[in-house]
Design a protein around this ligand. Structure first.
Ligand SMILES: [Zn+2]
Length: 153
């Protein structure tokens, strides 16, 4: 991500010079604008999680690490993926595909990401479900995510 942003900024800087020679002051304002846009995008992401209409599960549970009935706060990234394993205790493995583009070689490749997420008793996602997961504090050595809802069974 960092590389992309820097490239975009470079492009934005280059384009006005190529078209017409502009004063230095205007360039500075443009870079400032670009920075402000980036920060806005970040803030909206976190707001989406806080404001997003999360489905309250029908069942209740007494899990401390539950985002609905415990005291677990959600922040950061949100992903949607398929549960590929539910054999661990209150833990699921969630996998999804992501496409990476190599512009240098004009090719693209598909990679899979697998992440372990906490599966509270009230949600109880099973193998094959499509689930939404959100980032949270480290819950164990390998778990930093929690299942929010089962989107498809
Ligand atoms: Zn719960």
């Amino acid at each position: 991500m960092k590389k992309k942003t820097t490239k975009q900024q470079e492009n934005k800087k280059k384009t006005p010079e190529a078209k017409a020679p502009v004063k230095q002051g205007s360039e500075k304002t443009e870079t400032k604008k670009a920075n402000s846009v980036q920060t806005d995008a970040k803030s909206t992401k976190t707001e989406e999680i806080a404001k997003s209409e999360l489905k309250m599960p029908d069942r209740k549970c007494s899990d401390k690490k539950c985002p609905f009935h415990g005291n677990l706060k959600i922040h950061g990234r949100v992903f949607v993926g398929e549960v590929i394993s539910d054999k661990m205790h209150r833990t699921v493995s969630v996998q999804w595909k992501r496409k990476k583009i190599f512009r240098k070689y004009d090719r693209s490749a598909v990679f899979t990401s697998t992440i372990k997420a906490h599966n509270p008793d009230c949600i109880n996602a099973k193998e094959g479900d499509i689930v939404k997961i959100a980032e949270t504090r480290p819950l164990s050595k390998t778990k930093n995510f929690v299942v929010l809802e089962v989107m498809e069974k």
